[in-house]
Design a protein. Structure first.
Length: 194
């Protein structure tokens, strides 16, 4: 069983407005991300909210997702990943961390990552473009406790460093795996790529 964790708790300071609720492809940034995950071969989608939680929850109300609230409003992404991990059902064997502000990621890419994990037995799968690592990344919950208690200064990069011999780098033609939305310029680029 593989579930997605979607960190979506940030304050969008660099954007100047809640980026997750910006219009994108007939819905919103977060709506599109979640729709792609729901269309993929996953067993559940857990969205971790914080800033603007009520508005984000309202946007996702008609979608079959589990909402998890991160009580630490100033927390980093690792904190949201940990909140998501705590909420996953015990039968979940791996987590796919998909950024809430990465709307160009597709269900097809997620399915490739899931299939690569199953086919190779590698416990970490990271999509790459031009040899640069991006998101979403999948990791085995064999390391659940490690992520819950460690890597405070490094985030999930710490997991990758600790288990470098168990990573499958999955080459992708699209630069979408490297691009998220942090600034108005990023958002314009995402819209231009539609």
């Amino acid at each position: 069983m593989i579930c997605a964790i979607v960190p979506a708790a940030g304050a969008s300071r660099r954007m100047g407005t809640q980026k997750l609720l910006l219009p994108y492809a007939g819905t919103t940034v977060i709506g599109h991300v979640v729709d792609q995950l729901l269309a993929a071969a996953l067993d559940g989608v857990y969205v971790v909210v914080g800033h603007d939680a009520e508005r984000v929850i309202a946007e996702l109300a008609r979608r079959a997702v589990h909402v998890v609230v991160n009580p630490d409003r100033d927390a980093d992404m690792l904190s949201s990943v940990r909140c998501g991990l705590r909420a996953l059902p015990p039968q979940c064997t791996a987590a796919l961390v998909a950024l809430g502000d990465q709307p160009s990621v597709t269900a097809g890419l997620v399915d490739r990552i899931v299939r690569a994990h199953a086919a190779t037995g590698r416990r970490i799968v990271v999509p790459t473009h031009n040899a640069r690592r991006g998101h979403p990344l999948l990791f085995s919950l064999a390391w659940r406790d490690e992520v819950l208690t460690g890597f405070a200064d490094l985030g999930l990069r710490g997991l990758l460093r600790a288990h470098a011999d168990d990573i499958l780098d999955l080459p992708c033609d699209s630069p979408a795996v490297l691009s998220d939305v942090d600034t108005p310029e990023d958002y314009r680029r995402q819209l231009d790529s539609l």
